[in-house]
Design a protein around this ligand. Structure first.
Ligand SMILES: Cc1ncc(CN)c(N)n1
Length: 217
């Protein structure tokens, strides 16, 4: 498989289109998304990222090439400096939520299972949508919005549409492609499933925030 990512990105394009069409993203782009919904999202994202960075570190530890290990360790610490700082700008101290929503719990648990109990290749494929989808959505909003000067969510948009994030995403794709080249067709199938599931979980994460998802009991 010479360019695994290109193929899976094409095969999961409909999920990306559904994310772009979601009211959360449409309203974020228009700047009309309710503060309450965005606050719910940011709280859940803070919970998600505090686990995701440990998952990235674990992926890094499993890589055989020390440059790849370094990349994932840097990506994990990058979350602490860049994304946590972004969250601090938006977090409303009056309404901090400490409990993970069902979808947040599901996404974290899924990635943790893929990283701790499956092959490195499946783990890489599972964590990749977290990079690629945010870049694609950031770029999409930057290219299509008409309100850069007065969108209350512009800092969020600039973080994921920016060059620094694009470089990190490029590296993550290259590393995953490199492992995919050496993988058997059976393992590629499993990588595809992991990437597709994590992409669906990205859609579900935004959807759960838009609906301020609560535990049923
Ligand atoms: C749920 C989720 N997925 C991805 C990202 C981008 N690192 C994020 N902040 N949150």
């Amino acid at each position: 498989m010479s360019n695994w990512y290109k193929a899976i990105n094409q095969n999961t394009a409909r999920i990306l289109e559904q994310i772009k069409a979601h009211d959360f993203i449409k309203e974020l782009m228009a700047g009309t998304l309710s503060k309450e919904i965005f606050n719910f999202y940011i709280n859940q994202d803070a919970i998600y990222l505090s686990e995701y960075k440990k998952i990235l570190a674990q992926i890094g530890v499993k890589c055989s090439d020390e440059n790849d290990t370094q990349f994932f360790l840097n990506a994990a610490t990058g979350i602490i400096t860049v994304e946590n700082a972004l969250h601090q700008n938006f977090l409303n101290e009056k309404c901090i939520i400490n409990e993970a929503s069902v979808t947040c719990e599901l996404y974290i648990s899924y990635l943790s299972r893929m990283t701790h109990t499956k092959s490195l290749e499946e783990g890489l494929a599972a964590v990749l949508p977290c990079f690629t989808i945010y870049q694609q959505i950031g770029d999409y909003i930057l290219a299509n919005q008409t309100n850069k000067d007065n969108n209350p969510y512009q800092d969020w948009i600039n973080t994921y549409g920016g060059e620094a994030f694009a470089n990190s995403v490029k590296n993550a794709i290259e590393i995953t492609n490199k492992y995919a080249i050496k993988s058997s067709p059976e393992r590629i199938d499993k990588m595809n499933t992991a990437f597709e599931k994590a992409s669906k979980l990205e859609w579900m994460f935004w959807d759960s925030a838009y609906n301020k998802e609560s535990w049923k009991i």
